[in-house]
Write a protein that binds this ligand. Structure first.
Ligand code: ADP
Length: 384
């Protein structure tokens, strides 16, 4: 059988103790009864709180079992307490119930089966309550942990936003200055050095811009400025800007975007999308050709950037669009893990999507599918 339940009886009448003890003998060995002869002795035992259940007689000299019960509760005793009385007294029954008694038993009608059943139910109920309390406590602990995590993320985002703005402040005049220097030093032998400084500064500015973007996207302060333009022309312009980067990565850059593909989009934001995809293609596909293609489908414009580089493992494909998510080692490839996040947010704000086809070691194709007009239920507000 199961474990032995320890019960403490507090009763100042020895005859009644004997009668109750006999009932317990009849019940069998699953209960172990101990006896406290007085209110004070019962009180002392309660402090140990070592029993599975308590049975108090109502009459305990000058005081009552209900008073002892109240004290027990005040002491933090959670185990169930049963009250016994000599006569079926409804007032005592209610008083006991209100004070939190697990049951109220009339000695006149008490027998072993009744006592055992009452104790068993009380103990099981108590166990269930405790389990529930434990679960509730765990839930509260999890909720608190979740709140702490949210707070930590908020602090991080605030820091990022402040850091990005602060980093950008000295960069803007620095870039202007380098531009002026370049003009002043035209033809001078140090010009190539200024060029390098300028390129690195632009690169730094791009990184800071991604950080700024990610904070605006996060604050939901991102709005599209739509205008009508040709995506093919935009793709060619961005590709042109990337010529020197293509050469530095020894990638042959092929642009097949001859046809006019007009639509109502945010020019600046789509330039960013193409730029992010291209710079990834050069970064992860060094020494191999990169192709930009444009076509139209029933869904809208389709712009794809294909490289023949390292490719992406299947399990990482979904993840790489998340904030700060990266699938390649930062030792080999630098980056903040923001380019695809920003690109995806921009494309989704246009009502479009980005598809990825990739094979590790074979290369990747990122395809942007864009509706040519603003969807009727646009998710992002338009400001002209
Ligand atoms: P970053 O390049 O700064 O890490 P991105 O958000 O642009 O951040 O890309 C996220 C991750 O997706 C990269 O870290 C890389 O693992 C993977 N990835 C993106 N583009 C390519 C690509 N063309 N080829 C292989 N992996 C890529």
């Amino acid at each position: 059988m199961g474990e032995v339940r320890r019960i403490l009886l507090v009763d100042d009448d020895e005859d009644e103790f004997v009668a109750t003890r006999d009932l317990f003998r009849e019940i069998g060995s699953s209960y172990e009864l101990s006896w406290a002869k007085t209110y004070d002795e019962g009180h002392a035992q309660l402090a140990k709180c070592a029993c599975d259940a308590y049975v108090f007689d109502y009459n305990l000299g000058s005081r009552t079992g209900v008073e002892l019960l109240r004290e027990a509760k005040a002491m933090g005793c959670r185990a169930p307490i049963l009250i016994l009385t000599g006569a079926g007294d409804r007032a005592v029954d209610l008083e006991a119930m209100e004070a939190g008694a697990a049951d109220f038993l009339d000695k006149g009608q008490l027998n072993a089966a009744l006592l055992e059943r009452s104790l068993r139910y009380a103990i099981e109920r108590h166990k269930a309550e405790q389990k529930l309390a434990d679960t509730n406590q765990q839930v509260r602990a999890l909720q608190a942990a979740e709140e702490r995590l949210h707070a930590a993320v908020r602090v991080r985002d605030e820091f990022l936003s402040i850091a990005a703005h602060e980093l950008k402040t000295p960069l803007t005049p620095l870039m202007l200055l380098l531009g002026q220097l370049r003009r002043l030093l035209r033809g001078h032998e140090v010009l190539p050095l200024v060029e390098i400084a300028r390129r690195q500064t632009w690169r730094l500015a791009d990184l800071v811009d991604s950080l700024l973007d990610v904070t605006t996207l996060n604050e939901g302060a991102f709005t599209l400025h739509r205008e009508r333009f040709d995506l093919g022309e935009l793709a060619r312009q961005v590709a042109e800007r990337f010529r020197s980067q293509a050469e530095a990565s020894r990638c042959q850059l092929l642009v097949e975007a001859g046809a006019n593909v007009f639509g109502n989009w945010d020019r600046f934001r789509l330039e960013q999308v193409v730029a992010n995809l291209l710079s990834n293609a050069f970064k992860y596909g060094r020494d191999k050709p990169v192709e930009v293609r444009l076509s139209t489908t029933a869904e809208g414009a389709r712009l794809s950037v294909r490289d023949n580089g390292i490719g992406i493992a299947k399990e990482s494909v979904k993840r790489i669009f998340g904030r700060f998510e990266r699938a390649s080692s930062s030792r080999h490839y630098g980056g903040l893990g923001l380019g695809l996040y920003v690109a995806n947010e921009i494309v989704e704000a246009h009502g479009g999507r980005i598809l990825v086809q990739s094979e590790p070691g074979e290369g990747s194709v990122f395809t942007v599918v864009l509706p040519r007009e603003e969807p009727v239920h646009a998710s992002a507000p338009v400001h002209h």
